[in-house]
Design a protein around this ligand. Structure first.
Ligand code: ASP
Length: 348
């Protein structure tokens, strides 16, 4: 008899977890009785267990939750075929990106999802998001998971987690991945774009023998995301860059990685980099990436020692930088780590 896949749902909070009580007040949903609430889940033929963390609005998420989540998955790794993480949408892309950098040897699906409308509201998008996320986490071919990555499922699309951003506070398709195609698109069927999913050599043919899952934790939060704008003043920039203990800057620039060429601007960046601070350039556009040798305005940053963040999202860049800084005291190691794509976060 074929054994049913086992999925662990980890509930962290957010809108998806809210339902109405008898007075119409929104209260946290009891995911322990998920099969009673959603009989449809039984038709998926999966065994489901639930771990409930203290539910929080994801605006209150800190690297502590990322660490707890990664270790919860590591502890339960051998006992489950896949993991579904229910998370508030506001910072889901940050958490999901962080986890994608923390794991080594990940060979099972870790699918993040949430909802824009609470589970307890008739028109909720949470029900479909949850059920499909479970189905994706359980999906196998030849006994091997179809999506052995950290990914994010929302409104009919599965994305590589560290390529996503929340782009709408209103639309039900709130997330997008502008620089990398969806890993799956969901209509009547779930159509996996296997060409874009990362597989180790020999996957599906049984040649691959997984190594134990390893977790790297330790985030250094002495970083800043600095979004430049026309009119940014020297005094503000100086104040931000001279914060005590600062070790990393994600510089959100214009277009393909361009910034003012004013002497004071370049000089401040040079002085910052000379102090051993790592500065990474990402675009403030929602799609595309930086190409610092295209314009003089980008070239000056490159000459000052600013690193290219390629086409990384800000969410991926800042979580990756925090993890690099938390695990390396030498700047060269941080630079090397930032310039290598660890989990498909940049490039094609
Ligand atoms: N504020 C909520 C959160 O991120 C929004 C949501 O879940 O959609 O936790």
């Amino acid at each position: 008899m074929k054994i049913q896949p086992s999925i662990l749902i980890i509930y962290t909070g957010g809108t998806i977890g809210m339902q109405r009580d008898e007075n119409g007040t929104l209260i946290p949903f009891d995911f322990n009785s998920i099969e009673k609430e959603f009989p449809a889940v039984r038709h998926l033929h999966v065994n489901i267990d639930v771990v409930k963390m203290t539910p929080i609005d994801s605006s209150n998420v800190t690297p502590q939750l990322w660490t707890e989540l990664a270790h919860t998955i590591q502890i339960n790794y051998e006992n489950y075929d896949g993991f579904v993480i229910l998370h508030g949408t506001d910072t889901m892309s940050y958490t999901a990106s962080a986890l994608s950098f923390m794991f080594e040897n990940l060979a099972k699906p870790v699918v993040f999802t949430g909802s824009q409308i609470p589970m307890g509201i008739m028109r909720t998008d949470g029900r479909e998001n949850l059920i499909t996320a479970i189905e994706i986490a359980a999906a196998q071919r030849n006994g091997y998971p179809i999506v052995p990555e950290v990914c994010l499922y929302f409104q009919n699309k599965l994305f590589r987690a560290n390529r996503t951003s929340k782009l709408s506070a209103e639309a039900l398709n709130a997330f997008d991945s502008r620089n990398y195609p969806p890993l799956a698109e969901v209509g009547v069927n779930i159509n996996y774009n296997t060409a874009y999913i990362h597989y180790t050599k020999g996957w599906f043919e049984g040649e691959f023998k997984p190594e134990p899952l390893e977790v790297t934790d330790g985030f250094d939060t002495n970083v800043v995301i600095l979004k430049i704008f026309p009119g940014i003043s020297e005094i503000t920039l100086k104040a931000v860059l001279s914060v005590e203990g600062l070790r990393g800057v994600i510089l959100e620039t214009f277009g393909t990685g361009n910034a003012p060429t004013a002497d004071w601007f370049i000089k401040l960046l040079e002085q910052t980099i000379e102090r051993g601070i790592t500065v990474v350039n990402v675009t403030q556009c929602v799609g595309g990436g930086v190409a610092m040798d295209l314009y003089e305005t980008g070239k000056r940053l490159q000459q000052a020692g600013v690193l290219s963040g390629h086409d990384m999202t800000t969410e991926a860049a800042v979580t990756k930088l925090m993890l690099q800084l938390g695990n390396n005291t030498q700047k060269e190691s941080v630079v090397k780590g930032m310039l290598e794509s660890k989990s498909g976060e940049f490039g094609s």
